[in-house]
Write a protein that binds this ligand. Structure first.
Ligand code: AMP
Length: 398
């Protein structure tokens, strides 16, 4: 069955068409600047040429119409008609406490997702627009919602509650939700396969290190803790997001800089993280690594602080699970940044971890990078959220 995977943002839309039997991508692409002047469709059919078409896309329905046209185009298309698309899987950022698993999309489900909008005001409305546009153009095709938060819904109360007045949980559901769940689930399952072990018998820590970054603790097949919270701002130091800080800093800076809370939140989301810590040098770890190697203070300070924070979370989650069998690295930095991986693993000698330098230098494959006698296994597992969404979608529509 062909599954169309849609990841809809406020002005962009990423898509992949995946054959569920072979699990190969038939075509993928991206609509950018939807609703803004200069919108364009980037389209890559498997084995074909990548094309960029600048064309007006006043809204998401127009964007999806263009995607469907490209997929069924006589020359560059990969299916003959829309009937060959068996289902659509939509990435949805926030499912609140309502969604602990992927679900078939119905009118009631859409209403329940809308009720989660205030928890993710930038993302959920855009996801819903994508769903509405697809339903309009493919009214007979089943659709599935796959939530970034769902995998983390198994966390126990002590992991998801904050030390705040309980009434805020009761009134507004203020609690830890966690994000990147599709990636944490995919990678932890894959780690068990690579290690040839039963998923339910393992204690796994997944470090999803990309521009956004989060860690999760997966014990006996269930997520028991994760570093992102009510929003994706908590936890690790990220590309431009601060991660954990003393909350009193917000008031302190607002007074000192004569800024509003909204202004400070913008600083914490867009101007902090490794970009801020490196004094504006870069949010890209490749630039920071270069700076570190040149012996510059900015690169050294930033990578040391970043790695230390990751190592601290690994320590906390090892304690939370009373041990750890496998530590996995994934996403842009986790998969490609062998240097930062080594820096993090230097803290993990207490787990009996030793890294095989040759394996750590490889790229693009599922690989164990710890030595054979390493007490805890360390793996690099390239994440594949689109494939995970396609698998969830097939499982529900079959
Ligand atoms: P993602 O958000 O998963 O796409 O990850 C993006 C981040 O991965 C970028 O900010 C880069 O800093 C990082 N990254 C990508 N390639 C490399 C590499 N070869 N070495 C170090 N970091 C990398």
């Amino acid at each position: 069955m062909n599954i169309l995977v849609i990841n809809c943002g406020s002005s962009s839309l990423k898509f992949q068409l995946i054959d569920s039997e072979s699990e190969q991508v038939s075509a993928k692409g991206l609509c950018e600047r939807i609703g803004i002047e200069g919108s364009q469709l980037v389209y890559s059919p498997a084995g074909g040429e990548k094309t960029t078409t600048v064309t007006p896309m006043p809204d998401h329905t127009a964007a999806i119409k263009l995607v469907l046209q490209a997929l069924t185009d006589e020359k560059t298309g990969v299916v003959k008609s829309l009937d060959e698309i068996g289902a659509v899987g939509h990435r949805i950022v926030h499912g609140g406490e309502k969604f602990a698993a992927s679900t078939l999309i119905t009118d009631e489900v859409i209403q329940a997702i809308e009720e989660c909008n205030e928890l993710a005001p930038l993302h959920n409305p855009a996801n819903l627009i994508g769903i509405a546009a697809c339903r309009e153009l493919m009214p007979e095709t089943p659709m599935v919602g796959v939530f970034d938060t769902a995998f983390h819904q198994t966390m126990p109360e002590e992991a998801y509650m904050y030390g705040l007045p309980y009434e805020y949980y009761k009134k507004y559901k203020v609690r830890r939700y966690g994000f990147h769940g599709t990636s944490h689930s995919y990678v932890s399952h894959r780690a068990a396969e690579v290690l040839n072990r039963n998923y339910e018998d393992l204690k796994i820590i997944v470090c999803h290190l990309g521009n956004g970054a989060s860690v999760s603790a997966v014990k006996n097949g269930k997520c028991v803790d994760t570093s992102m919270g009510l929003t994706p701002l908590e936890g690790l130091i990220m590309g431009t997001r601060s991660g954990d800080i003393d909350p009193a800093i917000i008031e302190f800076l607002a007074h000192k800089e004569n800024k509003s809370i909204d202004d400070i939140m913008k600083v914490l989301n867009k101007e902090s993280g490794v970009l801020g810590l490196s004094d504006g040098l870069s949010s890209d770890f490749r630039d920071l690594e270069e700076s570190y190697r040149k012996g510059e203070e900015a690169g050294i300070r930033t990578l040391k602080t970043f790695s230390y924070r990751v190592a601290k979370y690994i320590g906390a989650y090892t304690a939370a699970m009373n041990g750890v069998d496998a530590i996995c690295f994934t996403a842009g930095l986790g998969e490609n940044g062998s240097f930062v991986r080594s820096m993090i693993c230097e803290y993990l000698g207490y787990l009996g971890i030793a890294i095989d330098a040759e394996a750590n230098g490889k790229r693009g494959e599922d690989i164990v990078i710890s030595t054979a006698d390493s007490g805890t296994k360390v793996l690099v597992i390239p994440t594949n959220e689109e494939l995970a969404i396609a698998r969830e979608t097939v499982a529900l529509v079959k």
